[in-house]
Design a protein around this ligand. Structure first.
Ligand code: URA
Length: 204
């Protein structure tokens, strides 16, 4: 039987390919229409995403929602996912501290991202932040040198790299955050125009 997003999500729900499932509530698979022109790839689900089972529903998701709205992109029209499908965290009392996934975990988890890209066949994939960019480029990426323009990811997929919405939340003051958000919006607008130029349903 041919794979669908639903069938792959079902397989991913039982994923034990790396140890991250042990400290997570559930696999957080991507969501959005198959055939979406744009796919956005974050790092990994955060605390709230882990509980809700949906990507980008916590504080970083709120920033992303603002940026999407300002760029004129309907959230429901894009496919949203993460490079790593489990929340990597370290339990500390009642809290769970976010930990960045390592290269091995990102590499192993690409089995799911590759299938999402193959099934959605977006015109353009947007990597949000260094983890997603490294996963998709297949090599370490310097954000400042790569962001905001068309790039070819290692599988030939057309893409664009921009900053992660969480990076905006970590900025030191309102002025920096405003500037960070404006930069993300600008990159998302560029993504829309690159997607419009790409051949339908196949960004490679
Ligand atoms: N950060 C991410 O990279 N992805 C999410 O889904 C939430 C926060």
């Amino acid at each position: 039987m041919a794979a669908t997003l639903k069938s792959v999500a079902r397989q991913a729900a039982a994923c034990t390919l790396c140890p991250l499932y042990r400290n997570a509530t559930q696999t957080v698979f991507g969501e959005g229409p198959s055939g979406a022109a744009l796919m956005l790839v974050g790092e990994q689900p955060g605390d709230q995403e882990d509980i809700a089972g949906r990507p980008f529903v916590g504080p970083a998701g709120k920033v992303l929602d603002r940026a999407l709205a300002a760029a004129g992109i309907a959230r429901e029209a894009v496919y949203l996912t993460n490079a790593v499908k489990h929340f990597k965290n370290e339990p500390r009392g009642k809290k769970r501290l976010h930990k960045r996934p390592d290269r091995g975990e990102v590499e192993v988890c690409k089995v799911w991202l590759r299938q999402e890209i193959g099934l959605v066949r977006p015109r353009l994939v947007v990597a949000l932040g260094v983890t997603a960019a490294t996963a998709l480029m297949g090599r370490p990426v310097v954000l400042a040198r790569t962001r905001g323009r068309a790039v070819d990811f290692s599988d030939g997929q057309r893409g664009l790299v921009t900053l992660h919405p969480s990076a905006i939340l970590r900025m030191p003051d309102d002025a920096a955050r405003r500037e960070g958000l404006a930069g993300l919006v600008k990159d998302l607008r560029t993504a829309v125009s690159l997607a419009a130029q790409a051949p339908a349903g196949d960004g490679r």
